[in-house]
Write a protein that binds this ligand. Structure first.
Ligand SMILES: CC(C)(COP(=O)(O)OP(=O)(O)OC[C@H]1O[C@@H](n2cnc3c(N)ncnc32)[C@H](O)[C@@H]1OP(=O)(O)O)[C@@H](O)C(=O)NCCC(=O)NCCS
Length: 243
């Protein structure tokens, strides 16, 4: 677009370094508190360690997600594609203030839980994924990422939506999550209905429901030991998507 200029100028052309354009496109990040890795023994007797995904791990993770996208059941394809975009969005600085947690067993990637912050008060739940079925790993990832936004970041509200029947059954119906009226309110994942959890609802309902379902002790999910953290420092990606 061009408009006649209202004043004489000494330079008719201004040039910019792309570094000067980048802050306009990506804005400045929030100061998100660190997440201390957690650990839990799952039904199989294995120890699941949940820690933050490292940015340098994203390229290899994306390659694995290409395989997940080809799974044509239980909505792994659509969730796989969206998680691919979210991780690449983080890697390329095109997703505002995401938090990304991975679940690992002896370093092997078995789960993901992620979301992003709109501001200090509101978080958007993006996705939970289990890459190994039957261990309630997805539910544990959901618990941990929800605990992070309410108990560590301190938001007042979390907005979710559901692509899959399994997700809806456990985290929508299971928590009896209230919803905002649709189509007036739409979730950023495909314009679907927004289900929401307030801090009060998290503390009084959701924490207990998920703890009972997962089989957590009263004091919640424990911090991982130094040995557990060290053992899961390097992420090993599954050869195939066997879900
Ligand atoms: C939804 C999801 C995160 C749940 O993960 P999870 O808690 O580890 O649970 P599983 O997927 O192993 O099993 C879910 C349920 O189906 C049963 N199930 C289905 N397929 C199964 C399989 N192949 N092996 C074992 N159990 C299976 C489980 O017993 C469980 O039943 P329950 O809810 O009565 O306990 C996971 O199914 C997933 O990643 N789905 C694809 C992505 C997705 O839909 N994400 C959520 C978006 S809303």
């Amino acid at each position: 677009m061009k408009t006649p200029i209202p004043e004489k100028v000494s330079q008719a052309t201004l040039t910019f370094k792309v570094e000067e354009i980048e802050p306009l496109l990506s804005k400045y990040p929030m100061d998100l508190p660190k997440f201390e890795p957690r650990a839990i023994k799952i039904g199989s007797g294995e120890t699941l360690v949940i820690r933050e995904l490292k940015k340098e791990e994203v390229p290899a993770y994306l390659k694995y997600l290409m395989k997940v996208m080809e799974v044509d059941h239980d909505f792994y394809d659509i969730v796989g594609v969206r998680v691919y975009a979210e991780l690449l969005g983080w890697y390329r600085n095109r997703l505002k203030d995401p938090y990304q947690f991975v679940g690992l067993i002896d370093g092997q990637l078995v789960g993901l839980g992620n979301g992003r912050l709109v501001n200090e008060d509101l978080a958007i739940s993006l996705h939970s994924m289990a890459y190994k079925r039957g261990g309630k790993i997805g539910a544990i990832m959901y618990y941990v990422k929800t605990m992070y936004v309410f108990d560590v970041v301190g938001v007042d509200e979390l907005h979710s939506t559901f692509e899959s029947y399994n997700g809806w059954k456990r985290y929508g119906l299971g928590f009896a999550q209230p919803q905002y009226p649709w189509p007036d309110y739409q979730h950023e994942l495909g314009g679907a209905t927004i289900s929401y959890i307030t801090k009060d609802y998290w503390n009084r309902v959701v924490k207990k429901y998920l703890s009972d379902y997962i089989g957590l002790p009263q004091d919640g999910i424990r911090k991982a030991t130094k040995e557990e953290i060290a053992k899961n420092q390097t992420m090993i990606l599954p050869e195939k998507a066997t879900v």
